[in-house]
Design a protein around this ligand. Sequence first.
Ligand SMILES: NC(=O)c1ccc[n+]([C@@H]2O[C@H](COP(=O)([O-])OP(=O)(O)OC[C@H]3O[C@@H](n4cnc5c(N)ncnc54)[C@H](O)[C@@H]3O)[C@@H](O)[C@H]2O)c1
Ligand SMILES: O=C(O)[C@H](O)COP(=O)(O)O
Length: 528
Amino acid sequence: MAPKVLISDALSPAAVQIFKDRGVEVDFQPNLGKDKDKLAEIIGHYDGLAIRSATKVTPKILQNAKKLKVIGRAGIGVDNVDIPAATAKGIIVMNTPFGNSITTAEHAITLMLALAREIPAADQSTQAGKWEKNRFMGVEITGKTLGVIGAGNIGSIVIDRALGLRMRVIAYDPFLSPERAVELGVEKVELEELLKRADFITLHTPLTEKTKNILDAKALAMTKKGVRIINCARGGLVDEAALRATLDSGHVAGAAFDVFSTEPANENPLFGQPNVICTPHLGAATSEAQENVALQVADQMSDYLLRGAISNAVNFPSITAEEAPRLKPFIELAEKLGSFAGQLTEGDLKKIQISYEGHVAQMKTKALTSAAVAGFLRPMLQDVNVVSAPIVAKERGIIVEEVTREAAGDYESLITVTVFTDGVTRNVSGTVFADARPRIVNIKGIRMDAEFGHSMIYITNLDKPGFIGKFSGTMGDAGINIATFHVGREAPGGNAVALIEIDGEMPPKVLEAVRALPQVQSAKPLKF
Ligand SMILES: NC(=O)c1ccc[n+]([C@@H]2O[C@H](COP(=O)([O-])OP(=O)(O)OC[C@H]3O[C@@H](n4cnc5c(N)ncnc54)[C@H](O)[C@@H]3O)[C@@H](O)[C@H]2O)c1
Ligand SMILES: O=C(O)[C@H](O)COP(=O)(O)O
């Protein structure tokens, strides 16, 4: 059955066409995102949700999203999605990190120029028939200093355009390397210096604990008199009430805001000021940018739903469409090895170690580790998948360790899952041969070669004559068909293991009879 996607925001209709062309069923309800209750009511029917910033993906909505596998943000900011809650539910959250950057940078430059020449007020006055030629005295921007807070994708484009306008540009960004600053042609400075030197300040950081109110009353007091401030990034970066006070006092000459601490912003301390320009979160609103992000998000979501390829996910490593088919059997192997270890684990778990040897060590091991951990946890917790597994493990204090060794041993690729509990260390290894079927090749250091079956019995026994005959007899008496039988041993007469696939379930009474066989040390039914 074709996967089904809901578009709950005003995405470009280009997205609808892409979904349809790719074979994804699509429901386009551009205003639904604003109706939380309705969204919560219907979200359960969809495999994918495509949004912009108007849809708030809250824990309540996620609670009802029983089938949801992916949330695609046609844009950059994912602060309207509860990412920890989505991750805990195993839902991939992806965005389109570059599709609207140029457009947003252009909006910031537009607002800066409009502020410098008071364009909106001059327009209003002129159209009111006032011809106030002497009222509007602007400032030239050539040679002025622009302070850029946040020199990422958008900040870098703003820097480039501002240099083209012959401004001096200084930037504050703790993650900007000196080499990148040189490449951008910008002077990297500390925040305090930026505040003291800039004639214009433009913000381009996400809203985080560290950036919230980065321009508060104290920071604003450090700015140069006559500074003009532009915010096209996120509401909450500037303390709006404090800014209003500095505008009122005349210290700040003007402000241009596209984003507000509460949106939609029906009222705000900045509204109504003569030297303030406001736009309703229009940074990304050009037909070019909207088409870019809509096409990209529809493609990314379709790739994931149809082919398992992951790009631009904020909560999972990327897997290309080319990698996905190669990775798939190894994901299955890692998950099954994890499941094998999880079904056998009793006692207090300390650590899981997943080691990769040979060719598999060069693959996306982070994704494979998540799969192994998901397989391990699933016997204990039903609702866990490769996306949610790492945080579920972390919440439970389980240490997950990853080891890679690119040199191949006996196998071209080998994955080993080792579980450390109080006093017991148990390991199981597997590989994938050319037939792409995962198999177990080593249990506790004992070699074997067994494919995973749906219903299996794992037996530890002593390598003594009669075990196979007695076991087969017990199963035959109970009318249970043995599908495959694999054995391995440490040494003749020593510890041995058997993995037997049976058709159907193992009744508890028959399991008791198997456990009572003289050679058997333990017997455990397993499900894969
Ligand atoms: N107005 C709009 O419509 C619109 C459109 C697109 C993006 N945005 C917003 O613009 C912002 C920037 O987007 P981007 O694509 O450039 O993001 P980005 O991740 O590429 O860049 C953000 C930069 O901020 C820097 N940063 C992080 N913490 C910082 C701190 N404490 N101080 C200074 N710098 C810090 C990072 O190092 C990074 O370089 C985001 O919040 C995004 O949501 C708004
Ligand atoms: O983060 C973004 O991409 C911008 O804030 C754009 O938001 P929008 O898609 O709601 O216009």
